[in-house]
Write a new protein. Structure first.
Length: 268
């Protein structure tokens, strides 16, 4: 059944995030920071492995020995330009903030609204969480969404599922994302669980592409996408390690630019 792999992936994220939240509440802040740092280092390792795809033989054979690095650079520049104009980072953060408000709405105790002039039908909500809590939700949602969405398995696995070639790749991704969700949620809270939504939409869209379009990406194009995604993951790792908060979401269009540039260069 097309889409089963993505549903398993989403379930793994939700369960992993729930376990992480249960565990994180019992951990001191210092331990949470260590967990985040460790996850940042692992993301950096995964990023390096993905970026190494720039050396793949089929990629080099298709575009020439000197072109792969330029294709990745061009993809990041064009993708970053488009993403910044679309304000993708700000939009993703606003989505995270909206979900945080929806998930944290609770009625105000009766004693706190005694004498309220708004009447019985007035909306009664608690004061929003302090800025630190808001920042943790948004950072958890944004960082985990980027980690779960960036990478070849999200696209290749979903396309393979849509083509009817099995869900092995997405099951592997589900296992990786589930363990990552535990670590993320232990440090960053419920925002990590909310990232299951973008995963469902993103991978579901590529599953549909697999169903209707078939295998449309040659291996050289996949290598370009993987290498570009690896560099984006470096940006995610730098955020997690608190080195620098790069606007990685603004660069996400680079994942779509990379195969297009590869096709153009290979044609010449």
């Amino acid at each position: 059944m097309p889409g089963l792999g993505t549903l398993i992936n989403v379930a793994a994220i939700v369960v992993g995030a729930a376990l992480g939240m249960a565990l994180g509440g019992r951990l001191p802040q210092r331990t949470r920071d260590v967990v985040t740092d460790a996850l940042g280092l692992v993301v950096l390792l995964i990023a390096a492995l993905n970026a190494a795809s720039v050396l793949d033989g089929e990629f080099v054979a298709a575009v020439g020995s000197s072109a792969p690095t330029l294709i990745v650079l061009g993809s990041l520049l064009v993708g970053g330009f488009v993403g910044s104009l679309l304000r993708l980072e700000a939009r993703l953060e606003r989505l995270g903030e909206f979900l945080r408000r929806r998930l944290s709405r609770r009625p105000v105790p009766a004693a706190a609204v005694a004498g309220h002039s708004g009447g019985p039908d007035a909306t009664q909500e608690t004061t929003p969480p302090v800025a630190t809590g808001q920042d943790r939700f948004v950072e958890g949602f944004v960082s985990s969404s980027l980690v779960f969405l960036i990478g070849p398995l999200a696209i290749l696995g979903a396309i393979s599922d849509g083509l009817g070639n099995g869900i092995d790749q997405l099951v592997l991704k589900a296992a990786l994302d589930g363990f990552a969700a535990v670590a993320f949620a232990a440090a960053l809270g419920v925002g990590v669980m909310a990232s299951a939504g973008p995963v469902l939409l993103y991978q579901g869209a590529f599953t549909l592409l697999g169903v209707f379009l078939g295998g449309f990406l040659p291996d050289s194009h996949i290598s370009a996408l993987t290498a570009t995604g690896g560099l984006l993951l470096v940006g995610v790792a730098l955020r997690l390690l608190r080195v620098r908060s790069l606007p990685v979401a603004d660069m996400l269009p680079a994942l779509f630019v990379a195969p297009l540039l590869t096709a153009v260069v290979a044609a010449f």
